[in-house]
Design a protein around this ligand. Structure first.
Ligand SMILES: [Zn+2]
Ligand SMILES: [Zn+2]
Length: 224
């Protein structure tokens, strides 16, 4: 599934030109001109914020929609969150999430450098937030999504379900009331109750199409 992540990043770069052409005539030229004239770091911050906002919405939908949850539950079935876990995602999950998150990148007219630096950042952060590392991030942990922050998204404890959907900035969760970060604590257990997913990449890939895993988790009451 790691390969799938790379494939997505490659696709994102490959469709950049056609996507920009596609979105070029939607009356955004003025906005695109203003954005591409902004300083690099401001553009990068805006790109991360806009992409995270879109990512947040689709991520929440993957948790709330019964059918989409079938696919996303695979990511949440991991009990041991580690660096490779970031890549344990169903292809449908990766493609829908990424294509929605990248829309603002194509529409708002960010410079090519910002676009590519963003692709690198999103890949590094996807691996880092799942890494089983207790690196201290100091005050940054209240601002940036860190391993501790995202581990709480994977927590098995019902009290902490439906929290921390953001992947870049924690204030997006604060904005929508889904922020959860106790001082120095980490979740005791991760994964889902009554998880019945088959093992192996191929079996997990076809499973959501064939069966509702009926993973009982308060995270998604509709599957109970
Ligand atoms: Zn999730
Ligand atoms: Zn995750």
């Amino acid at each position: 599934m790691f390969k799938a992540q790379l494939l997505v990043q490659y696709t994102a770069a490959a469709v950049k030109m056609p996507a920009e052409l596609f979105f070029s005539d939607i009356g955004m030229q003025q906005v695109q001109g203003i954005v591409s004239d902004m300083p690099f770091f401001l553009q990068l911050f805006m790109a991360m914020f806009a992409a995270d906002l879109f990512q947040y919405s689709i991520h929440r939908l993957f948790h709330g929609n019964k059918f989409l949850w079938r696919f996303h539950a695979i990511h949440h079935s991991i009990k041991q969150v580690d660096w490779i876990a970031g890549s344990r995602l169903h292809l449908v999950d990766i493609f829908i999430t990424r294509s929605i998150s990248y829309i603002p990148l194509y529409v708002l007219g960010f410079s090519t450098e910002v676009f590519y630096v963003y692709l690198v950042i999103v890949s590094i952060q996807a691996v880092t937030v799942h890494a089983n590392t207790r690196i201290e991030f100091g005050f940054l942990k209240y601002f940036l999504v860190t391993p501790q922050y995202h581990h709480w998204h994977h927590s098995k404890d019902a009290k902490t379900h439906n929290k921390n959907f953001a992947v870049h900035f924690t204030f997006i969760d604060r904005l929508f009331g889904t922020y959860y970060l106790p001082e120095d604590e980490w979740p005791e257990e991760m994964g889902l109750e009554d998880e019945k997913f088959p093992k192996g990449y191929f079996n997990q890939t076809i499973y959501p199409f064939l069966k509702d895993p009926k993973v009982s988790s308060p995270r998604n009451p509709s599957t109970r």
